[in-house]
Design a protein around this ligand. Sequence first.
Ligand SMILES: Nc1ncnc2c1ncn2[C@@H]1O[C@H](COP(=O)(O)OP(=O)(O)OP(=O)(O)O)[C@@H](O)[C@H]1O
Ligand SMILES: [Mg+2]
Length: 316
Amino acid sequence: MTNMQEYVVQTEQLTKQYGDFTAVNHLDMEVEQGEIFGFLGPNGAGKTTTVLMLMGLSVPSSGTAKVGGHDIIEESREVRSVASILPEYSSLYGDLTTFENLDYLGQLNDMPREERENRIHDVLEIVGMSEWLDAKYESFSRGMKQRVGIASTMMKNPKVVFLDEPTLGLDPVGTREIRELILDLKNRQGLTVVMTSHILSEVQLTCDRIGIINRGRLVLKETMANLNHVMTGAEDRRVDFKLTKVTPELVKDIEAINGVKEVKQENGRLYVYGTDDTDIHVSQTIVEHGSTILLMKPREYTLEEIFMKYYQQEAD
Ligand SMILES: Nc1ncnc2c1ncn2[C@@H]1O[C@H](COP(=O)(O)OP(=O)(O)OP(=O)(O)O)[C@@H](O)[C@H]1O
Ligand SMILES: [Mg+2]
């Protein structure tokens, strides 16, 4: 995408230093209108620091960013009117009810009473917490707290929401519910969502694109759809075969094919490492040896593997 206007978030060499320590290091990252962007990284990578800067809550040491078209340094008030955050640690009050918490937020955003009440009704509907209007926040399970938290981010009707580790500490059911809610925010509310995570499978199921940050540096930006593609096209591309029979002669002939780097036999399968233009020659060779292909598929990498690969590269 070349049209700058369509980026909801665009960082420019965004940097945060604490003394000599660089928590966020010259970050260049864009988030497109209406997408779910996954901001991934291990503990201490710089995710929360970045999100706080993007909300205008922490001042960059150098570089800058635009959120909803507003500069995070020069126009931090405007940024906070178009963006909201679900912080890593809840900022809602335990001894207040759902209504009281949301009403208070509405007041902070200068919303008139009637508008506040309508909005509270709407946001609780979105997160499926309408029946819990008068219950105290502290009485909720972690999953319910996250729902109310997400409702609170919607009070000001933002363009973009930053969800910092929204599924942290949730059980599989709670995780799935929040994941579905996040997809809803995008698909039904038309929101742009930036979520941070170190839980890879979460991001794989919800995000359109991801950025991986490691020790303050962005090590990868990729669409979810492209990610496996990038990896399977890499030098360690592997195709798994299941055959009716494998003979040493067959293995030898496959190894001799131009472009095939290695052939391994494991668990009754044949793993052929090589470029994708060898596939046809490999299958022809198999047939010529009187064997039949029961299964043939390029190996797919899990995000975990991709993640580790990039982390290790950085560490080297
Ligand atoms: N106020 C601060 N003063 C000094 N160092 C800080 C401060 N805030 C964060 N850091 C350091 O900056 C680095 C990045 O922290 P940050 O909280 O952004 O990481 P994160 O990716 O959100 O990690 P996590 O997954 O644990 O939430 C860490 O090494 C952290 O110790
Ligand atoms: Mg964090």
